[in-house]
Write a protein that binds this ligand. Sequence first.
Ligand SMILES: Nc1ncnc2c1ncn2[C@@H]1O[C@H](COP(=O)(O)OP(=O)(O)OP(=O)(O)O)[C@@H](O)[C@H]1O
Ligand SMILES: O=c1[nH]c(=O)c2[nH+]cn([C@@H]3O[C@H](COP(=O)(O)O)[C@@H](O)[C@H]3O)c2[nH]1
Ligand SMILES: NC(=O)CC[C@H](N)C(=O)O
Ligand SMILES: [Mg+2]
Length: 550
Amino acid sequence: MTDSAPAPETPLSTRADVDEVVVLDFGGQYSQLIARRVRECGVFSELLPHHVGAAEVARRKPKGVILSGGPASVYADDAPPLDAQLLELGVPVLGICYGMQLLARELGGRVESAEVGEYGRSQLTVQEHGTLLRGQPDDQPAWMSHRDTVYTPPAGATALASSTSSPVAAFEDVERGLFGIQYHPEVVHTPYGQQTLETFLRDVCGCAMDWSAANIAEEQIRLIREQVGDGKVICALSGGVDSSVAALLVHRAVGDQLTCVYVDHGLMRKNETEQVEKTFGEQFEVPLVVVDARERFLERLAGTVEPEAKRKAIGAEFIRIFEEEAAKLAGAVSDDDAPEGTEVHTSGDVSAEGARFLVQGTLYSDVIESGGGTGAATIKSHHNVGGLPEDLTFELVEPLRALFKDEVRAVGTEIGLPERMVWRQPFPGPGLAIRIVGGEVTQEKLDILRDCDAILQEEIRAAGLYRELWQSFCVLPDVRSVGVQGDERTYGYVVAVRAVTSDDAMTADWARLPYDLLDRVATRMVGEVRQVNRVVLDITSKPPGTIEWE
Ligand SMILES: Nc1ncnc2c1ncn2[C@@H]1O[C@H](COP(=O)(O)OP(=O)(O)OP(=O)(O)O)[C@@H](O)[C@H]1O
Ligand SMILES: O=c1[nH]c(=O)c2[nH+]cn([C@@H]3O[C@H](COP(=O)(O)O)[C@@H](O)[C@H]3O)c2[nH]1
Ligand SMILES: NC(=O)CC[C@H](N)C(=O)O
Ligand SMILES: [Mg+2]
């Protein structure tokens, strides 16, 4: 576990002239989602760890502060505390779940563990609409996730609503600018949640609500310029949405100081390298280096089966290649000095100085899953975050690090990235290697998986479903099954089809693909890919599963 803000080194904004509301993170699963919902209301917001203190919050001159949920109990010895100075800043404070419990306890209310916890959907009854719940129905569903409960609101505050297990599910003290809600307004399952946040931002904090994705682009371009100065920059470019948006922003910021590097690690999909080269050449006026590192990655992965070990090996190998390319820009090494198994060819002009900065299209979902939230668990080390080697010498430039994919898509559209690039399905940096599970990654398995994946993609596109699905792909477990084909016994691989819907990869549902499509896919896979004799469908949502199997 690490204890860091999403991106102190690359903040989303440092402008003084936009209204900002700060979200303090007490370790909740949905903390970043709160900041994001605030941004969707048109108010700039960033997540800060709870321990930054009132002085840092004051420095940002926010129009309001939101305290997130969190796993602790407010009365526990090691519970993250509330800096009481926050209540002296003269701006409204809204506590959500743990944040509400903190406010209640600090101000003389009563918080105790309830007999029955509330997890998931619950029913809210509004007794007093007050300011916060103005215009909302008396009865409404709300999403909860708590066991501790506020029994008495702070002195002077009015209780607004209750639920079966929460006698005080919301309170407000308009005079003192204090607001608390026990449920989660930031999740889509709370239908009046966004309205509640909007009321807080507009009517309570007096925010102008005029911030938009365009500001992210503008701000990032300015911040990148500040960070990079006249230094040389390389961008790890995969051809995916995130790195393409990041590359465009950096190019707008520093122009020909930028060189993009695409690594063909042999773990890509069918014809992907050629497609990336072609699309990039057509869309961008930036020099692109394509590194053929297929043999090198295969050697590096030999014998590695454990998912985290695989991810770390891949993350480190990526960086070693970027280092070599950065050095080449300084003219220190020529293409002939590339390690065995690596071939490089260059298109466009490559500049004469070395690169100190590495641009990556890292998103917040990569960060939080890699254990980068305040007190958050490590689910998997994304190659570009948790998989980075410890001796990293690059200074990272990650303009999208605090954003979710759907926000990045909005920025991409805003800055003119073509629609077919904006709506590309994500493809993980470690590629097919994390879809060959339970056994070693070999050339044979890569070829099988690539062929099956190509069939699935073709059929999904033909059925007009590509854009509707967050991702659709195949997984190759280290499992063989007995079949009968052409009257012969076969002992072949089992391929799993995984297709999910999602907006931001934080949660996902398995896609209900039409049976006739599944039938075509299975028939083609066993018919066209000799080593495969069985196809199965993954029907797991996230949670409990993750989207990828490793
Ligand atoms: N083959 C690659 N060559 C160079 N850089 C890569 C490659 N694969 C991934 N990266 C780097 O790792 C980052 C994270 O990968 P990720 O797959 O999350 O993003 P993406 O590929 O840009 O977008 P998408 O999520 O749409 O696939 C990329 O933004 C890019 O900077
Ligand atoms: O660039 C990446 N490097 C990685 O190491 C990585 N692991 C998962 N993913 C992608 O992230 C999203 C969420 O994945 P999971 O539900 O499997 O955790 C899904 O879209 C995954 O494809 C990765 N992307
Ligand atoms: N989601 C939350 O913030 C939970 C708060 C606290 N840990 C509880 O269980 O009540
Ligand atoms: Mg990708």
